[in-house]
Design a protein around this ligand. Structure first.
Ligand SMILES: *Cc1c(COP(=O)(O)O)cnc(C)c1O
Length: 380
């Protein structure tokens, strides 16, 4: 077991305890690799490994045999290089003007997604000549092809120019990204696969990659040469609406500070958004939206709200979540007292459930996980 606190906080002083199961993480990576057969299973570790913690995640996956990592920013890539010196590292957000030397310095591979980026990289590579990156490969890069996201990537009209330019480059991967892989039967997925299969033909001898977590589980998806899961590694369900094939990685337990009673007609929290219909018993927990507890955890007329688990029973959030505090209705649970813990995420309350009930997505829950928690990383 190891810990990596963002603040100087002890287990005793922290408002909540975030437990991260690195064994489950590694098992998830192995499961995905097994599902993918011959394709290589990389790991997407952008945004501090989705809030889980970049260093422990990269170290665990590196030791398990993961060889390729994806980040969003060059400075994230630099940290991964320090943790996994031999690995291949792609920077998804492309090449910022003037940043090419930073990529070369640490052997990071930009994912080039526009003609100006390709031109700038080409100019830089011409200057550096045959320089080699720490991974032993001559200044490699990936090409992103846009098949529908319309944020990054080459369009078909750019292809002739791109083909000319990339003749002088070491293009190691061609990739594209699904618009809505979480929707298993969506015709958009099929169209994107068709388009990608056709467009990548221009670089047919270059390895290709299309699938994110949910993309891996689509029926009839060719997995090409490499898959890029993020969410599923961290325990998110890559098969929405069906049983989650992944193991939970994150557990979040908040401490109860006070237990109190309110009478019928009394309200709770800012703006009095919740009013007791009868006498209720409430528990105030030591975490709020500054810690990533969703501001909209309490339900609405249209959506059942989030719940926490106390002594094995589900307790709804009541009232608006505050910055540092939130309130649960514990009327139906016996013997709740100050110092007890409420499971906000864990074996019962999954990331996906909390997200759905709070009107957000599990990705946001993970990447907003608080900095003030006591973090506990468990390994065998
Ligand atoms: C974030 C990202 C991924 C990982 O997606 P998940 O749904 O978390 O598996 C893969 N590819 C690209 C281009 C991304 O931006």
């Amino acid at each position: 077991m190891s810990t990596a606190q963002r603040f100087d906080v002890s287990c005793l002083e922290a408002g909540a305890i975030l437990s991260i199961d690195l064994n489950a993480l590694v098992e998830n990576w192995r499961t995905l690799q097994a599902v993918c057969g011959a394709a290589e299973c990389a790991a997407v570790v952008k945004a501090d490994a989705y809030g889980i913690g970049l260093a422990p995640v990269v170290e665990a996956l590196r030791d398990a045999g993961c060889k390729t990592f994806f980040v969003a920013h060059v400075f994230e890539g630099r940290r991964v290089r320090g943790l996994a010196p031999e690995s291949v590292i792609y920077v998804l957000n492309g090449l910022l003007p003037g940043s090419a030397p930073a990529y070369a310095q640490d052997g990071l591979r930009p994912v080039l997604g526009s003609l100006p980026e390709i031109e700038e990289w080409l100019q830089f590579v011409a200057l550096w000549g045959g320089a080699r990156a720490p991974d032993g490969d001559a200044l490699a890069a990936a090409l992103q092809i846009d098949t529908g996201m319309n944020r990054l990537g080459l369009k078909e009209k750019d292809f002739d120019a791109a083909e000319q330019l990339t003749r002088h480059l070491n293009i190691a991967l061609v990739l594209s990204h699904f618009v809505w892989s979480g929707q298993a039967n969506d015709v958009k997925n099929e169209r994107q696969i068709e388009l990608f299969s056709r467009l990548r033909a221009q670089w047919l001898d270059v390895p290709a990659s299309m699938a994110n977590s949910a993309g891996i589980f689509l029926d009839q998806t060719p997995l090409y040469d490499l898959v890029r899961p993020g969410y599923a590694l961290y325990g998110g369900n890559p098969t929405p609406g069906r049983n989650n094939p992944m193991r939970g990685v994150v557990r979040l337990d908040a401490k109860i500070i006070q237990v109190r009673e309110v009478e019928a007609g009394e309200s709770v929290g800012y703006e009095g958004r919740w009013t007791a219909k009868a006498r209720r018993r409430l528990a105030t927990i030591n975490a709020g939206y500054a810690d990533g507890i969703p501001f909209r955890a309490m339900g609405s007329d249209r959506r059942p709200g989030a719940e926490a688990l106390i002594h094995g029973r589900r307790c709804p959030f009541v009232g608006r979540v505050s910055m540092d505090l939130a309130v649960l209705d514990v009327t139906d649970v016996e013997h709740v007292q100050r110092g007890d813990q409420a499971e906000l995420i864990g074996p019962t309350i999954t990331i996906d459930e909390l997200a759905a009930r709070a009107g957000t997505i599990g990705y946001e829950i993970l990447t907003h996980l608080g900095q003030r928690f006591y973090r506990r990383y468990t390994t065998l």
